[in-house]
Design a protein around this ligand. Structure first.
Ligand SMILES: [Zn+2]
Length: 359
């Protein structure tokens, strides 16, 4: 490990991922940004060359959506649920939200976990068998483990959630619901359906985190995440594949618009610098991010909305298939539970529009 100490800046070399540890000071950010606008003398020029050689976008753990969008997707999905479910889900909303990323954390501990989060459709082909029994006849287990099994795993998760409802097993209902929200959200990310998942084959490294983390992080406050109420569907095999295929169809535009904008925006406008955890990090600039978001016609927001709706539909569908178990039973004492009222509330929920936030 080499360390150079410069005024305000401590530069460390440890591995390929060079991190700049800088004193947490606004002046440092201004300093870097100012001299990236080409007002520099020789010393700063040297520093600039030095920085540009070794600062790269922070390596992105390929996790589908940033942690915050994952949490928000599960949280918003709760509000799509019918009265018979919502009291239970709302009671546990913080768990469902925080555990929305548990599946990603497991990737570091469980070898088989990684493949559950994606599917390389460019490897399998879009006509890949929809049924697991056929898939394992056509493809070697090692290949499946390498190229992902997201849609097939979601069907396992679905069976697990139906069973948990039948068993009225609160712990499993919550755990599997949180995981289902995660995997469904992953299925909505175009780059989770291709082996070029981080633009590594097209000289666009970092695009994964750009799409799923940077864009939502910057523009979330503009997103409309209200998606109405959950709907029952009896065609989950088809629905899951539709989600995956929609995502896969979007891969070309995800890559193409980034490439096109890169030819328009010079390097110093495409990227900017931010302090994160006391480190200077190179990120896609706000201007470039907005231009990308609009070029994609708000695709990130649309996929996030679709993910929320799908999670609500999924939870609701599993509960219906389990025979609509009484989830309110655990809160009877607390909430003056009235089965008659619950029935009326459910029927109103089915017939009427759910009120929008603004109404
Ligand atoms: Zn994931």
């Amino acid at each position: 490990m080499l360390t150079y100490d410069l005024p305000y800046i401590s530069v460390s070399f440890g591995s390929a991922n060079v991190v700049f540890k800088m004193f947490f000071s606004k002046h440092v950010i201004e300093f870097v940004n100012r001299y990236f606008t080409f007002q520099m003398n020789h010393l700063y020029l040297l520093l600039l060359v030095f920085l540009s050689l070794i600062i790269t976008p922070q390596p992105v753990p390929v996790a589908a959506w940033g942690f915050q969008p994952h949490r928000l997707i599960n949280r918003h999905a709760v509000y799509t649920l019918p009265p018979s479910m919502i009291s239970f889900y709302k009671h546990h909303i913080n768990y469902l939200s925080s555990q929305a990323v548990a599946a990603d954390h497991r990737r570091y501990a469980v070898a088989e976990e990684g493949a559950r989060h994606y599917i390389d459709l460019d490897y399998y082909g879009i006509d890949v068998p929809r049924y697991w029994v056929q898939v394992i006849q056509e493809f070697h287990r090692d290949s499946i483990q390498e190229h992902g099994l997201l849609p097939w795993h979601l069907l396992v998760v679905r069976a697990g959630l139906v069973q948990a409802f039948k068993d009225k097993d609160t712990k499993n209902i919550l755990k599997i619901s949180a995981d289902a929200g995660h995997y469904l959200a992953d299925a909505h990310v175009p780059l989770h359906t291709t082996s070029n998942y981080n633009g590594q084959f097209t000289n666009q490294k970092g695009i994964h985190g750009f799409w799923e983390t940077r864009i939502p992080e910057l523009l979330l406050s503009d997103f409309d995440l209200w998606v109405g109420k959950a709907a029952y569907r009896d065609d989950w095999y088809q629905r899951l594949w539709d989600i995956i295929l929609e995502s896969h169809q979007a891969v070309d535009s995800v890559l193409q618009f980034e490439q096109e904008l890169t030819t328009i925006y010079p390097e110093d406008q495409k990227y900017s610098f931010e302090v994160r955890l006391n480190s200077i990090t190179k990120v896609y600039s706000a201007e470039f991010s907005r231009a990308y978001h609009h070029a994609l016609n708000k695709q990130v927001e649309k996929r996030m909305r679709s993910a929320i709706k799908s999670v609500g539909d999924f939870w609701y569908g599993c509960w219906i298939e389990a025979g609509q178990p009484d989830l309110a039973v655990k809160f009877k004492k607390d909430q003056a539970y009235n089965p008659e009222y619950q029935e009326i509330a459910d029927s109103l929920w089915r017939q009427q529009h759910v009120l929008r936030r603004s109404e």
